[in-house]
Design a binder for this molecule. Sequence first.
Ligand code: NAI
Ligand code: MG
Length: 484
Amino acid sequence: MLINGQWTDALSGETLDVENPGRKTIVGTVPRGHGEDVDAAVNAASKAFDAWRKVAPRDRGKILLSIATALEQQVEPMALAIATETGNAIRTQARPEAGAAADIFRFFGGLASELKGEQIPLNENMLSYSRREPIGVVGAIIPWNAPVLLAALKIAPALCAGNTMVLKTAEDAPLGVLLLARVAQEFLPDGVLNVLTGLGHECGAAIAEHPQIRKLSFTGSTSVGKSIMRAASDRIAPVSLELGGKSPSIVFPDANEDWVVDGIVTAMRFTRQSQSCTAGSRLFLHEDIFEPFLEKLAGRAAALKMGDPLDEATDMGAIINKKQFDKVCGYIDEGLALPDARLVTGGMPDTEGPLSEGYFSHPTIFADGSNDWRLAREEIFGPVLVAIKWRDEAEVIRMANDSHYGLAAFVWSRDIGQALRTAHQVEAGWVQVNQGIGQLPGQSYGGTKQSGIGREYSLESMLDSFTQKKSVTVNLDIPAPPAP
Ligand code: NAI
Ligand code: MG
């Protein structure tokens, strides 16, 4: 773990194993941090804060840019670490993720001079201005599905704005983030960034509850997000939460085309085993195109090459761990048992052969679905897509919005008026029309409803999530000093 610029074990000496889920082999061991390690990290971050906040913003930005350049040199080892520990395929996922992490540092490094306040004309004889000040020690907790990218997305804006940080990696994917921290530490003063490894209910909960942590930024499940928010409420600490989703993909009858089929595969994040909060996992297909579209989609999904995450030819790797694998299998099992559900492709995992050696789950599509199915309501976080038939626009929008989540949505139509009308009515933080790509630096990204609060990826997100505004009002009209 990285505490105060030093690489250290847990004070208890305890460790956690890291597994390659594609091979079910142990590939590393990391410290199992507890509350006492969190204390040490928070102390270091508190001590470093006073000097770091006073570094000129552009100089902080230059440090982030240096980290970006150094990370660009480390894309291969980081990609290897990500693929090994997460099971995400190196070509389709892990390498792009490592590159995106560097890009996030570059983006925020360039924004350092935008940490501006405003001047407010309250009165002719009054100067009123605001400052964007850092909040203090930020506690960040990240998941395993895109660990290095999500670490970058918390570290870069928080540090750029002058905060210091204690970040906890996900127990399943600490290695790539530790590599990133090793690179970053070469350029940062000691204690500005502290990275802990450990379990959620031990190390994570200690971060959530720590009185000296002034802001919490969490990405993960909605249930843990709620516990973070409860912990923060005790000390009125602001929170940013990026939680789950059950995002609708709405296909209009004029979009029965191959590029849309490809777009649905991308939007569903099949090549990340659909372990993505923005996965378009509820597919609303218009009844006029339901069967032909589904047939093409099933062919495309089944053609994805699943296998060893480290093999360049692999499109789709393994599910992160046994717990998630069993959870995904449980949903598939439930779909198979539903009398009115039709399995279009996929199904239960192989029990023999090479794919039984890791946590591999075939891309699976159930058709004739109902929006009321558990499969259509709960975040599966695995490659299980439910296709639901719709007839009129009002009906599909009602179904799309009938979810306690509201993260992403996808609309597919050549009729832009119709597509935008739909985009405006869907309850989601991010709607894509005629594409299903991942987030890009510059956009404000985040959820509505139980998908979260706060935004990431943008200048606005850095200002809103990682600074607090202070107003200073100055009387310009004080009486002349008394004569000597
Ligand atoms: P999780 O929410 O338990 O884990 C995310 C992070 O929170 C990890 O670093 C974990 O150690 C930490 N954590 C867990 N319990 C905590 C606690 N009590 N206090 C503080 N930190 C805690 O997610 P998990 O168990 O890995 O996956 C379960 C489900 O969560 C998935 O099936 C998926 O539905 C959802 N999920 C959503 C993600 C997203 O990107 N929005 C990412 C990962 C999971
Ligand atoms: Mg693992």
